[in-house]
Design a protein around this ligand. Structure first.
Ligand SMILES: Nc1ncnc2c1ncn2[C@@H]1O[C@H](COP(=O)(O)OP(=O)(O)O)[C@@H](O)[C@H]1O
Ligand SMILES: [Mg+2]
Length: 201
């Protein structure tokens, strides 16, 4: 197996689009700032930042260091100029739970709160905690990924708002637990553009 740094060198982007990548890196997710690949035949993943977001690699790795390999976050194994190597989390995001109808339990919500409280105890300001940044692993453990914005000073209400709607609607016995992706995307956009009525939170 080639060193992971050598594999990363072979990944090319056009803005946020992946132009090419070696077979040993299997794409597992894309976000606003990076693409994440599983390293074949290992339990490692590599988060490679888009050319315009490379500066975020250093920021995010420093935050992971502050989190000190805590149980609520993926372990970190190494870093380079525009990437870092982290623990591959075999599981699904809360977003996928909603798409697939896998119930999000109060225990899972409690684990997110505990992860956020731990980050706060380390002097961080957990931010950008939304459905695609929370992973439920096969062992029923919840972990947060994408901590790049945990040092921002601006207040982020995403998790508080998600939790409020969870308590108010999702917990109702007959509230649906499975949603078409299109509906979720529509609600996410309405939320992002502040078009949802405040009364639902
Ligand atoms: N360690 C990991 N294990 C498994 N999947 C991951 C891991 N890190 C990220 N992903 C997947 O990749 C997606 C994008 O990663 P993320 O760190 O959120 O990137 P961005 O900062 O661009 O939002 C996530 O929503 C998730 O589906
Ligand atoms: Mg993300």
């Amino acid at each position: 197996m080639k060193p992971i740094g050598d594999l990363v060198e072979k990944v090319t982007f056009h803005k946020t689009r992946i132009r090419s990548h070696p077979d040993e890196l299997i794409l597992i997710g894309k976000g606003r700032s990076a693409a994440v690949f599983k390293v074949a035949n290992t339990d490692k993943a590599v988060k490679i930042f888009y050319p315009s977001c490379e500066y975020l690699a250093k920021q995010e790795i420093n935050i992971y260091r502050q989190l000190n390999n805590d149980q609520y976050f993926p372990a970190i194994y190494g870093e380079g100029r525009n990437y870092f190597i982290l623990e591959y989390l075999s599981g699904i995001t809360f977003y996928e739970c909603l798409c697939q109808g896998i119930e999000i339990t109060p225990e899972m919500v409690k684990q997110v709160d505990q992860a956020m409280n731990f980050a706060k105890s380390k002097g961080l300001n957990p931010s950008d905690t939304h459905l695609k940044n929370i992973i439920l692993t096969g062992h029923g453990q919840v972990k947060l990924i994408d901590v790049a914005r945990f040092k921002q000073t601006k207040e982020c209400r995403q998790w508080d708002d998600l939790k409020a709607t969870y308590q108010k609607f999702y917990r109702l016995k007959y509230f649906p637990k499975k949603f078409p992706k299109l509906i979720i995307e529509m609600i996410v956009r309405l939320y992002r553009y502040k078009l949802l009525p405040q009364s639902i939170f």
